[in-house]
Design a protein around this ligand. Structure first.
Ligand code: F6P
Length: 371
């Protein structure tokens, strides 16, 4: 029986859905019945803290190194019930121009004898996977990010659980907003893509939704609020994505500097919008930043299912030696795309067809293009 050692890691921001994917990678790779069919016995090594684990590990003693953990189906049995990632994650980039450690990572991969690696990540982590792949490392990717901004896939792990958080929190805010006749601004994540704000806002019935793909006018927002007041609305819920900005304005950053993937820490636009509305309309306005609550909690049923399918598909790619691909969900089917196709591209909301640029909300016609 042939033996093959594969690695799995989670990189970038955590989210719900990572643990279900890890569970099903391990269960599928080590499945006794499939072992016979494939004539290969897979051993799965969990790599701790993303790419950092492959840098930190002592390759000659990996069996006892805390950066590596041997996984089997007993260990992962209950993982799909939990949020976050049991392997830990980091935003460590081996190709960081200030400290390029990619050669050491490649050498560690070879010394440990990893014949393939499954990388679960968003744009930064998968771009790194693609670079290793072009350098001959057999890699497959699984898409995750609550922002759902990765191209070539209709789903990224974590998104639906995050939407559920938005809906639950807005439901909570409605009672206090209504009691006090206040406006509540709810700031969601979504640096470039407005999916969380748009679909979260549609799901919870928000009055106004502001997304990064469409710069908004404060005058228009205030006019909509006055219209709502006139119509007798006691309160309003406004959802704003962290990456949204007013016409002629800039994205609001929480703190200066960039992470190792070159990204700014966004946050604070909700507060800016709240201040502006209160000053212009005189209606008491509060803002709530949902922030990392959207990444926490147990995965919803959809993320457990999608984690399972993506995990199984990633192992299928390895069994068939279809390296350099990312599993994806396209037109209702699990499929795969070359990792190269997802680099330097984003899946954004198309304001022309997916957003009502007049009401600043979801569309009221779906089958036809007119508003
Ligand atoms: O990349 C996903 C994301 O959820 C972004 O929307 C957000 O800006 C970012 O993570 C924040 O992540 P962290 O605080 O972990 O750096």
């Amino acid at each position: 029986m042939k033996k093959s050692r594969i690695g799995v890691l989670t990189g970038g921001g955590d989210c719900a859905g990572l643990n279900p994917a890890l569970k099903w990678v391990v269960k599928t790779a080590t499945d006794e019945r499939l072992v016979k069919e494939r004539s290969t016995h897979y051993e799965v090594l969990g790599i701790r803290d993303g790419w950092e684990g492959l840098f930190n590990v002592n390759p000659s003693r990996w069996q006892t190194d805390p950066s590596i953990t041997l996984l089997d189906s007993d260990i992962v049995r209950t993982w799909d019930r939990y949020g976050g990632t049991m392997l830990g994650t980091s935003r460590f980039s081996p190709f960081d121009p200030k400290n390029d450690v990619s050669k050491k990572v490649i050498s560690n991969i070879k010394k440990i004898g990893l014949e393939a690696i499954i990388v679960i990540g968003g744009d930064g982590t998968l771009a790194t996977a693609e670079r290793f792949s072009t350098q001959g490392i057999p890699i497959v990717g699984i898409p995750k990010t609550i922002d759902k901004d990765l191209p070539e896939t209709d789903y990224t792990l974590g998104f639906e659980t995050a939407l559920n958080v938005i809906v639950e929190e807005v439901d909570r805010l409605r009672t206090t907003a209504g009691s006090h006749q206040r406006i509540f601004i709810v700031e969601t994540m979504g640096r470039n893509a407005g999916w969380l704000a748009l679909e979260g806002g549609e799901a919870c019935g928000a009055y106004i939704i502001l997304i990064p793909e469409w710069d908004f006018s404060f005058d228009r927002v205030n006019k909509l609020i006055r219209e709502g007041k006139k119509a007798g609305n006691r309160y309003e819920i406004i959802i704003v994505a962290e990456g949204a900005k007013p016409i002629g304005g800039r994205q609001i950053v929480k703190r200066e500097g960039m992470d190792s993937f070159g990204r700014k820490a966004l946050g604070g636009i909700g507060e800016v919008v709240a201040r502006e509305i209160e000053e212009s309309t005189g209606v008491e306005t509060r803002s709530v930043e949902l922030s990392h609550l959207q990444r926490g909690g147990a995965p919803c049923a959809y993320d457990r299912r999608m984690g399972r399918y993506f995990g199984i598909a990633a192992v299928d790619l390895i069994v068939n030696e279809h390296y350099g691909n990312m599993v994806c969900f396209k037109n209702g089917k699990i499929a795969c795309v070359p990792l190269a196709n997802i680099c330097n591209k984003l899946n954004l909301v198309d304001p022309k067809t997916q957003y009502d640029t007049d009401r600043y909300n979801g569309r009221r016609t779906i089958l036809y293009s007119g508003k």
